[in-house]
Design a protein around this ligand. Sequence first.
Ligand SMILES: Nc1ncnc2c1ncn2[C@@H]1O[C@H](COP(=O)(O)OP(=O)(O)O)[C@@H](O)[C@H]1O
Ligand SMILES: [Mg+2]
Length: 260
Amino acid sequence: MTAGVWGVLHPPQKNIKNKNTKALLKRKIRVSMKEDIYFKNMISLVNASKVYHQSGEEILLFRDVSFSVEIGKKIAIVGSSGSGKTTLLSLLAGLEPPTTGKLLWDTKDFFSLSDAEKNEIRRNEMGFIFQNFELFDSFTALENVLLPLELLGNADEEKAMAMVDAVGILHRKNAYPSEMSGGEQQRVAIARALVHQPRFLFADEPTGNLDKNTAQKILSLLIDQLSSKQSLVVITHDMLVAERMDEVWSIKNEKLVRER
Ligand SMILES: Nc1ncnc2c1ncn2[C@@H]1O[C@H](COP(=O)(O)OP(=O)(O)O)[C@@H](O)[C@H]1O
Ligand SMILES: [Mg+2]
């Protein structure tokens, strides 16, 4: 995005000859300041609770939880089955609202935004990796990776191809999910989640369905692809995965507890 902005304004002029150039340079400064501010954005849950109703019973998953994902942070979430890990990701990604409390996108109340604004944030700024890969069966590997770019109105096949290459499956680009191993499918899912360079990546037990060896390789691949300006929230039971993150949190008694 930054490159695009600078590209439009290129080249900077040494001798400011006319008003137009001055105006352009002013705009450039304004844009660059905006970007700086923009990069301080984070996602925060503020005093959030979550209650589900199941056959007349209330299930309380979170009680008064406040939690932030800062730009560039790599965070692992651990917790027993049914403790609410997947729900926590849905809350952070704004896929569902907290029962009480707020989700803030920078300083804005995410759920007060219009559907169009929410969709734009999700499409531009978020990527998802699921335990079961969730690839589209009738799409090839390359077509799956191209999809997020298509949704953003820029089906840049070269970019998708470069991402497919980066995750080591260029030779499988025309294969359908049913023709790929679990490890290969997860590589496609990683490429699809990262191809549009989202600021926030959410991964729900991304190596849970892979053998240990493959899991380690895939995880390294995932971490290697992330820049220092991208954040990762990964749910995992694997302590080797958790060890490689900046922070480890666990879900205990409807709260998030910092483990490391
Ligand atoms: N949409 C839903 N409606 C009702 N109950 C739900 C819903 N989603 C999850 N739950 C319940 O919330 C609890 C936590 O689920 P989940 O977040 O998937 O846990 P985890 O990912 O830690 O295994 C479970 O008891 C589950 O049945
Ligand atoms: Mg889960």
